[in-house]
Design a protein around this ligand. Structure first.
Ligand SMILES: C[S@@+](CC[C@H](N)C(=O)[O-])C[C@H]1O[C@@H](n2cnc3c(N)ncnc32)[C@H](O)[C@@H]1O
Length: 403
């Protein structure tokens, strides 16, 4: 069983508390793995908003199957760095040389990748999805593994860095981007994509798959007392903001099996989602805990997902007649009031020699191929021409009240 402070089970487990309201320092839960695993039937609730400290393969087994909505994974890159790298002024470049990023061979990396991806697929809900971020060192291997395991790739997104590290030796192009793969659990998954929210975030333009964002720096970058970076690869919150807004809903459960400094947890919490983090290094887990403890969880309108017209319930024109908002035998007019069409009891219109739907007759009177009848036709009320779309909105509002 997963132990926590409330149950006084394990002295190695630190509890930080779950959701709502600002977290008091020390109130987010960190559980240090004991390797015993948890029965898969266990409710996911005790794991929410916790950082599980341990190897991801052990900790992932504690998460019930089909319980997670979204995974964001920033796995080891297997950078294969050798030798020291210096800037032209001879200062040392601190690349990722940590033990967690070292693998003996590509085969060992592939085996590890397939193992954690399989576990992530197990814990994902049927309609869930996963994001993985990587560089040219690993992302192609990860992509192959994803497809082999049954994930369905939806997009690859280029995170183009506004301020990348230069190529100090001048022997290659400046490595100015990382790649994210977004994949549904399977081909049939009805994954979430908040299309209209992404459009709203992008000044009403469709969001493209190349994202120009700065690397994590300034006050966002976690530093120790010595002023040194706490983690070599802390991701910018702006990146997670976009990922989480695009592909999850408030209240969803987001899992990050390589939590590091908890960027995923911090943004998930701010946006009203729940998270589960897994991190092997206790120092990183503790840094994540402190960081997330300072984040205020947004609520209500602030995190409502913008929905487009496509998400609105369909209202047939005939419903306006059935509800008495329009009368059979009455007339509809074009915006100028010059053309009129008579309404029939079955919801069709008659205009001169033609009969058909509001769309067909709207196109006919204008000599066009197509027309949106809802925005074209008006009804005369109180001496004014009112768009019939207003009547449709009235019906939708009633439908919402009944739901
Ligand atoms: C690329 S970093 C993630 C950084 C994170 N996205 C952030 O913004 O801080 C990968 C992290 O995974 C952790 N890690 C590596 N191998 C792991 C494993 N087998 N189980 C759990 N954590 C692991 C490392 O300690 C490291 O903090």
């Amino acid at each position: 069983m997963l132990a926590d402070c409330d149950s006084q089970a394990s002295p190695r487990t630190l509890i930080l508390s779950p959701h709502d309201g600002p977290l008091a320092a020390g109130s987010l839960r960190i559980s240090v793995g004991n390797g015993m695993g948890v029965e898969s039937k266990q409710d996911i609730k005790p794991l929410l908003n916790t950082v599980l400290v341990g190897d991801c393969m052990t900790e992932l087994r504690k998460i019930p199957s089909r319980s997670v909505d979204l995974v964001f994974a920033d796995p080891p890159y297997n950078l294969q760095l050798s030798g020291k790298l210096s800037r032209p002024d001879q200062s040392r470049v601190h690349g990722v040389t940590d033990a967690w990023d070292r693998f003996d061979s590509f085969a060992a990396y592939d085996e590890f990748t397939r193992a954690w991806l399989s576990e992530c697929r197990r814990v994902l809900k049927d309609d869930g999805a996963l994001w993985v971020i990587g560089s040219y060192h690993n992302i192609f291997r990860v992509g192959t593994a994803l497809q082999d395991l049954g994930f369905w790739i939806l997009n690859d997104v280029i995170w183009r860095k506004t301020n990348p590290m230069p190529n100090f030796r001048g022997r290659r192009f400046t490595n100015a981007h990382e790649t994210l793969i977004w994949a549904a659990r399977g081909e049939k998954s009805r994954y979430r994509f908040n299309y209209d929210a992404m459009k709203a975030l992008n000044d009403d333009l469709q969001m493209r798959s190349d994202w120009l964002l700065p690397i994590c720096s300034g006050s966002e970058r976690l530093k120790g007392e010595d002023g040194a970076k706490i983690h070599p690869t802390q991701k910018p919150e702006s990146l997670l903001h976009r990922v989480i807004l695009a592909s999850s809903a408030p209240g969803d459960v987001i899992l990050d099996p390589f939590f590091g400094t908890g960027t995923t947890g911090a943004v998930a919490r701010r946006l009203g989602r729940d998270f589960i983090g897994i991190e092997r290094d206790p120092a990183y887990a503790e840094a994540a805990r402190r960081r997330i403890g300072k984040v205020r969880r947004l609520q209500g309108d602030a995190i409502q997902v913008t929905r487009g017209k496509r998400a609105l319930p369909r209202v047939p024109f005939g419903a306006l007649l059935e509800r008495g908002l329009l009368k059979p035998g009455g007339k509809l007019y074009d915006p100028s009031g010059q053309h009129a069409a008579r309404i029939r009891a079955d919801g069709s219109l008659v205009c001169k020699d033609a009969t058909g739907s509001i769309h067909k007759i709207g196109a006919h009177v204008q000599g066009l191929d197509a027309c949106n009848g809802w925005t074209f036709w008006r009804v005369r009320k109180g001496g004014k021409l009112i768009p019939i779309d207003l009547l449709r909105q009235q019906v939708r509002a009633e439908m919402k009240e009944l739901a």
